[in-house]
Structures are given as structure tokens and as C-alpha cells.
Design a protein around this ligand. Structure first.
Ligand code: 6GU
Length: 281
């Protein structure tokens, strides 16, 4: 898998060369390249942002800088720009219609112009990034992440690439506010790449994790030796050697824990996911 990350702080991603991610790169499983967005600026100040149209606090990242950058990474020649810029529209629907008109009249490219490629921009106002998204994205060949800073980026950027047939996605990593997309991209890159075949030493450790499979439950509690520590003992059943009982104990614990901490996950369970003993709980 090839990953490009674009940011005004490319050094931020030096940490991705450490640990398991570093090893995966050495072994050729994965290649991560961080780029400086200012490479694609042409003014003396290398500015990437401007004031928001309509007023308000902060700055908004300019569409031209991002399109120069993304076109270059996608291998789109300068003279074959994806749909030409559209006049600002009064609402999202109008903007999307205008962009898709521009796309079809210019016959820019057929759908999926870069098979196996996905462009991802972190955005606190986007849908939540989940384990399911990580799984789906781990099957792509190429991911291009764009980190927004300041108050965000011009809304026509995603509309433009989506209209040109690219798989362009925006994700939030949780209900809290960060200063920029860098941390969110690091989170997504780690969640995605650890699912690549051959990344983990022991592939079983991926199978039994929380948030995966039809039974997305939180995990049961884990213990190791000693059996007694500072007055607390490990539950007897776990030491009984009776595997059926151990499995049942752990499943009950996972269900109760999930119901208490994440009732939203219990609501997503289907009846078919529950066995007879679960239903008694
Ligand atoms: Cl993706 N970006 C920023 N700036 N803040 C966030 C976020 C993303 N997800 C949660 N908070």
C-alpha cells in the first residue's frame, strides 16, 4: 500500500517511521510519504489560506493550492484539469449540481479514474471514522491524506474531486476538537495499516478485537500471573481449565461491559448475533 500525506507540518509524520509501522515500511509492505503543502504554492509568502468569504473568524485553506497538490499526486497533467471552477452556489445541493455539470460537459474522466485510490481529508464535521472504514480502506492500493489546518478548507475541494469520479472521503475521529488534521490522519493511518496482511506478527490478535465482526462488543477483562496481586484475585473460572465455561464467562462479561459503557453498540446487535445464554442476561 502506498500512502501520501500532505500537511504544512510534514515533519509531524516522522513518528510513522518508528515501531511496527517503520518495520512494515522496511519490509516493503507499505510506503508512507509526507509532503509539504507549501511545495504547491507560487506566491512569495507561500500562503495556503485566506479569509472566509461571508466573514467570520480564522482562515480557510485555498482551493488552488490543494488542487495543484492533489492533481500532481494523482498524475493529472496541468492542461487536463478536472472540472473547471464553478461559481459559488447558495447551498450544497446547488454547488454539487454545478460541479457535476461542469464534469459532464468537459467529459473530464470516466468514473473511478484512479482505481484502488482513495483521497481522505480529516474534518471534525464529517461522519465518524470506524473500524469498518479502516477495514475497507486497508484493501485499497493507495491512500492520499490531506491535512486541513486553521478553520478548515474550501468546500469546493471535495466536491470537485468527487464530481471527477475520485473516491474522496472526509472523516472525523471523534466528538472533540483538534487543532488540525495531523493527529486524525495518524490515527487513521495506524488503524488502517495494522490490518494489512502480514503487518501483525500474530494475525489472531486482529480477529478477536473490539469493534470488528458482526458482534462488535467491547473486550472482556484480561489477567496474567500472579493469581493474587495486592489483595485482588483472578476469577476462579479463568483458572478452571474448562474452556466452555471460560468462553461463557468472557462473553457474559463482554456483554455486560458493553451494555454499561457503550449501550449504542448493544443496540446495533442483531438477534442472530445472540445465543440462548446471551438472551438470559
Ligand atoms: Cl478529523 N479534525 C479536527 N481538526 N478535529 C477533529 C477531528 C478532525 N476529528 C475530531 N476532532
Amino acid at each position: 500500500m502506498d500512502i501520501d500525506i500532505v500537511s504544512v507540518f510534514p515533519e509531524y509524520f516522522d513518528v510513522l517511521n518508528l515501531s511496527l509501522l517503520g518495520k512494515a515500511q522496511e519490509h516493503g509492505l507499505l510506503s508512507i510519504q509526507a509532503h509539504d503543502l507549501r511545495t504547491w504554492t507560487h506566491d512569495v509568502h507561500h500562503s495556503v489560506d485566506d479569509t472566509p468569504i461571508g466573514g467570520g473568524a480564522g482562515m480557510v485553506m485555498k482551493p488552488e493550492v490543494w488542487s495543484q497538490c492533489l492533481d500532481a499526486l494523482l498524475g493529472i497533467p496541468d492542461d487536463v484539469q478536472t472540472p473547471k471552477r464553478v461559481a459559488p452556489a447558495d447551498n450544497d445541493a446547488e454547488a454539487a449540481a454545478a460541479v457535476s455539470d461542469a464534469a459532464s460537459t468537459q467529459q473530464c474522466q470516466t468514473l473511478d479514474p484512479a482505481p484502488g485510490t482513495t483521497i481522505i481529508f480529516p474534518n471534525p464535521s464529517a461522519p465518524l471514522f470506524t473500524q469498518q472504514d479502516a477495514q475497507e480502506l486497508s484493501r485499497q492500493h493507495r491512500l492520499i491524506f490531506g491535512c486541513g489546518r486553521y478553520e478548515g478548507y474550501d468546500a469546493r475541494i471535495p466536491a470537485h474531486y468527487a464530481a471527477a469520479g475520485y473516491d474522496f472521503r472526509e472523516y472525523s475521529i471523534g466528538d472533540y476538537v483538534l487543532n488540525g488534521g495531523e493527529v486524525a490522519v495518524s490515527v487513521m493511518v495506524e488503524a488502517i495499516t495494522r490490518l494489512l496482511p502480514g503487518f501483525m506478527g500474530n494475525p489472531d490478535s486482529i480477529v478477536e478485537e473490539s469493534y470488528t465482526g458482526s458482534q462488535a462488543l467491547l473486550e472482556y477483562k484480561q489477567y496474567t500471573r500472579p493469581a493474587e496481586w495486592r489483595g485482588q484475585t483472578v476469577p476462579d473460572i479463568l483458572r478452571s481449565g474448562d474452556h466452555a465455561k471460560v468462553d461463557r464467562f468472557r462473553r457474559d462479561e463482554a456483554l455486560v461491559r458493553t451494555a454499561n459503557i457503550r449501550p449504542d453498540l448493544i443496540e446495533q446487535l442483531r438477534i442472530a448475533d445472540l445465543d440462548k445464554a446471551d438472551r438470559k442476561l
